[in-house]
Ligand binder design. Structure first.
Ligand SMILES: Nc1nc2c(c(=O)[nH]1)N[C@H]1C(S)=C(S)[C@@H](COP(=O)(O)OP(=O)(O)OC[C@H]3O[C@@H](n4cnc5c(=O)[nH]c(N)nc54)[C@H](O)[C@@H]3O)O[C@H]1N2
Ligand SMILES: Nc1nc2c(c(=O)[nH]1)N[C@H]1C(S)=C(S)[C@@H](COP(=O)(O)OP(=O)(O)OC[C@H]3O[C@@H](n4cnc5c(=O)[nH]c(N)nc54)[C@H](O)[C@@H]3O)O[C@H]1N2
Ligand SMILES: [Mo]
Length: 748
């Protein structure tokens, strides 16, 4: 999120949601949108293929065909440029690449958009006028946007839309991506990703060297943890296709198949292709599950041995901070000590590290402190020489400069927890006492210990010391002969460097800031702001009221991507064969993370829609979460949705002779099937169905009840919708195409 929910309540006059069912998935967050309607008379537009509980509250509901948002947004941009509604000043002085966007938008007349997306031309005109003329306007998105083969292009076109309209860096505006799980923002920040080290540092030598410093372990030692040094720079297997690392059916880049799976905090049946997952689970030598609950991985595996379940305690039994959807950190206290024989997650990991002989190196980062601009080890390597979670929080502050965590500490975050009542709920600013002027939870970037946190990203109307910043300069100073820095006419408020300037490095700091470094400073300073552990660069930035990220142009064109500007491409399995030819997907990817990924060969193999005429997409249930194992063990939550089902328009269902409440088979193009209850429902049109993904325990009609250890079977089990999720992955992130695929119904 660039902004936050309180800001929406206070400032937004216009809200547009693409592909999020916030009323169900974030009921508390959604309350803020309803308040904005009440308090600011804000208008709400909801773009969704399904008439959801969120859409019920919309002033305008836009029913879009799944996977066609890029076409719709180009249609909006077409009208924006035609009517001169764009923010000309911002575009001219602070962005790059608009000409290509304009050229693409010119092709998307309302008639073409209507044909591709199903959205009537008159409605396109209406919502574009609303978004372009009511200010400030904020934009939300979630999984309806990301879970597509074009997911990353989808997210980019929405950011471009807000840039073109000047709805960025301002109260009530922004691009607000609503995150999912509790602390999912924190999990990605901490590096639970297959392609980066913590805080998005990447995997190159600079990144490894940085962490070798932060953790005080020799670079050689880090190298030695890998089969060979080259593997340090390779992306890992992603959660979406890890099973290919076991099965090696598609081309796979690893020197041996995966033999052991360690699962800690994911339900597995929540991932696409559960039949493949099941095959992989059977083939592994060993599976370890560290969980408060049994987790249906153990059930799906359908194997007599080689499964170990380690009892992990829940979040109520541990202490530390989590990061919310708006980048704010919340300190949480331990409510009870871990019960029975369960252990906190970090204790399980410490035990693992001890067993495998790297405990000393694993915990040393927590013993490092900054003294006179130098990171020094202040306690020896003996076992219990650190305080959890305080020292872990300091380790993050020492090292995770790329997202601006230098300003955080256990002490500061605890203070926020203890002073809730002193924060304004709308602006999230501390009104008095110890937290005066700070933003609740120190939303990152929180550059240094005096910084209040960044409430609204890219806000240039407030000075750096109050959370202001210009756009980041990250991709060089020039591209195709065009400067990537902001125009000289534009200076963020209070900044002592006039006009555009680059991100701050040791090499350019003297010139950009017009200062002279002492020899000592030169000796201590790291190469750039993100690796300068000494913090001297950040000190100089504070003196100049200048953000270390620079003052640059937001680029609309990502020249190193397969599509430098977002382009509409039909889903891998599209219901429109005529459009597949016109808007084909990408060529097959020989190496995507560690496996090949099929695109065009799968899309154009055959007209899939002949045999599989119905679109399939996902939804969430308010009573169940994720793979659902946790809530389905609650009698009361389970009773709300006692069995797995799919919403089907009566007209479609009756075509197959399926009555309301009948069981039916759903068949997928890859030859898998699930048996679920048919619920006649008018939220969907006759060309599409939607189904929850929160069930497991039945596979292709086979009840796996016998696999649950005694007394652990939840109150309800059912087919996992991911058994029929279609093949298809985003080209950059490898997220599965959960939200656009095809299927065929059959009466059971
Ligand atoms: N009760 C409950 N709450 C949850 C969760 C849960 O499992 N249960 N999960 C949490 C998690 S992990 C997450 S990530 C969030 C997710 O939160 P949301 O993304 O809001 O949840 P979904 O229900 O998947 O909503 C996605 C919407 O996108 C629509 N959609 C599908 N395809 C398209 C498309 O091509 N274009 C557009 N414009 N829309 C499309 C779908 O119809 C659906 O209404 O929810 C979180 N909250
Ligand atoms: N078809 C379809 N599939 C989807 C989606 C969709 O929309 N449609 N959404 C996708 C999205 S956005 C997400 S985020 C995933 C979610 O899917 P999962 O990541 O599988 O989500 P959960 O079921 O919440 O799994 C979390 C597991 O962690 C356990 N757990 C809870 N607390 C703790 C703890 O403190 N420690 C440990 N060790 N374990 C704990 C829970 O018991 C649970 O089994 O599903 C994805 N899959
Ligand atoms: Mo999620």
């Amino acid at each position: 999120m660039t902004n936050h929910f309180g800001d929406v309540t206070k400032h937004s006059k216009m809200m547009i949601i693409f592909g999020a069912n916030t009323a169900v998935a974030n009921p508390i967050g959604f309350k803020h949108l309803l308040q904005a309607k009440d308090r600011n008379n804000a208008k709400l537009v909801v773009v969704d293929p399904v008439f959801t509980k969120t859409a019920v509250h919309a002033d305008e509901y836009v029913r879009i065909r799944p996977g066609t948002d890029i076409a719709l947004v180009y249609g909006m941009l077409h009208l924006i440029f035609k009517n001169g509604w764009e923010d000309k000043e911002l575009i001219k002085t602070r962005t790059y690449g608009v000409e290509e966007i304009k050229a693409e938008a010119a092709k998307w007349t309302p008639e073409v958009v209507e044909d591709v997306t199903g959205v009537p031309a008159a409605q396109l005109e209406k919502i574009t006028r609303m978004l372009a003329t009511i200010k400030p306007a904020t934009l939300f998105w979630a999984l309806g946007i990301t879970q597509h083969s074009v997911g990353s292009s989808n997210t980019r076109i929405l950011a471009i839309l807000q840039l073109v309209l000047g709805n960025i860096g301002k109260p009530g505006a922004g691009t607000n991506i609503i995150r999912g799980h509790d602390n999912v923002q924190g999990a990605t920040d901490m590096g639970c990703l297959a392609d980066t080290l913590p805080a998005y540092y990447g995997l190159d030598d600079n990144a490894w060297n940085h962490f070798s410093n932060v953790w005080n372990v020799e670079r050689e030692y880090l190298n030695s943890r890998f089969y060979s040094k080259e593997w340090m720079h390779e992306k890992g297997f992603s959660l979406a296709k890890w099973w290919q690392g076991v099965l090696h059916e598609e081309k796979t880049y690893s020197n041996s198949p995966i033999r052991v799976l360690w699962v800690q905090g994911t339900g597995i049946t929540s991932m696409a292709h559960t039949v493949k997952i099941q095959e992989a689970l059977k083939k592994l030598d060993m599976i370890v599950i560290a969980e408060p609950f049994v987790n249906e991985v153990a059930v799906l595996a359908d194997r007599p041995d080689g499964i170990y379940i380690i009892p992990a305690s829940t979040q109520f039994e541990t202490e530390g901070y989590v990061t919310a959807t708006n980048r704010a950190m919340q300190w949480r206290s331990q409510v009870v000590k871990p019960i029975y024989e369960s252990k906190e997650d970090q204790e399980i990991m410490f035990a693992f590290a001890k067993k495998f002989g790297f405990y000393k190196e694993y915990t040393r980062g927590m013993k490092m402190e900054l003294k006179d601009h130098k990171l020094v080890q202040t306690r020896d390597d003996s076992d219990d020489n650190f305080v959890w979670p305080d020292d872990a929080t300091r380790e993050m502050s020492n090292g995770l400069l790329s997202i601006g965590l230098r300003g955080i500490s256990a002490e500061r975050l605890r203070k926020h927890q203890q002073n809730w009542e002193h924060f304004d709920p709308d602006t999230q600013r501390g009104l008095g006492g110890e937290v005066k002027g700070e933003y609740y939870g120190l939303p990152w970037p929180c550059w240094d210990k005096q910084h209040p946190g960044t409430s609204i990203m890219w806000n240039t109307d407030i000075p750096y010391e109050e959370g202001g910043m210009g756009f980041r300069n990250r991709f060089g100073l020039e591209h195709d002969g065009h400067s990537q820095l902001a125009d000289d006419s534009f200076t963020p408020k209070g900044c002592k460097v006039k006009g555009g300037y680059p991100q701050i490095t040791k090499e350019n700091i003297e010139k950009v800031f017009n200062i002279k470094l002492s020899d000592k400073e030169k000796e201590l300073m790291g190469a750039s702001w993100s690796t300068d552990i000494s913090g001297i660069i950040l000190e100089k930035c504070r003196e100049k009221s200048a953000c270390c990220l620079g003052n640059a142009r937001a680029r609309m064109k990502v020249w190193e991507f397969a599509d430098p500007i977002p382009l509409h491409r039909e889903p891998i399995h599209s219901p429109r064969w005529d459009l597949v030819k016109k808007y084909p997907t990408w060529g097959d990817q020989e190496k995507n993370f560690r496996v090949e990924s099929k695109f065009i060969s799968e899309q154009q193999k055959t007209d899939w829609s002949k045999e599989f005429p119905t679109i399939i997409s996902s939804m969430r249930l308010v009573n169940l979460s994720g793979a659902g194992m946790l809530e389905r063990t609650s009698k009361y939550l389970a009773a709300i949705t006692p069995e797995m089902f799919a919403n089907v328009h009566p007209e479609l269902a009756l075509k197959y002779g399926i009555n309301d409440g009948d069981m039916m088979w759903i068949h997928s193009p890859q030859g898998t099937k699930i048996k679920v209850k048919c619920v006649h429902n008018h939220s969907v049109t006759p060309d599409r169905i939607c189904l929850p993904y929160n069930f497991a325990g039945i596979m292709q009609g086979v009840d796996l009840s016998y696999n649950y250890p005694e007394g652990t079977k939840p109150y309800t089990i059912g087919e996992s919708s991911n058994t029929v999720t279609n093949y298809g992955f985003d080209i950059n992130t490898q997220i599965s195409e959960f939200n656009a695929g095809l299927c065929r119904l059959e009466k059971a």
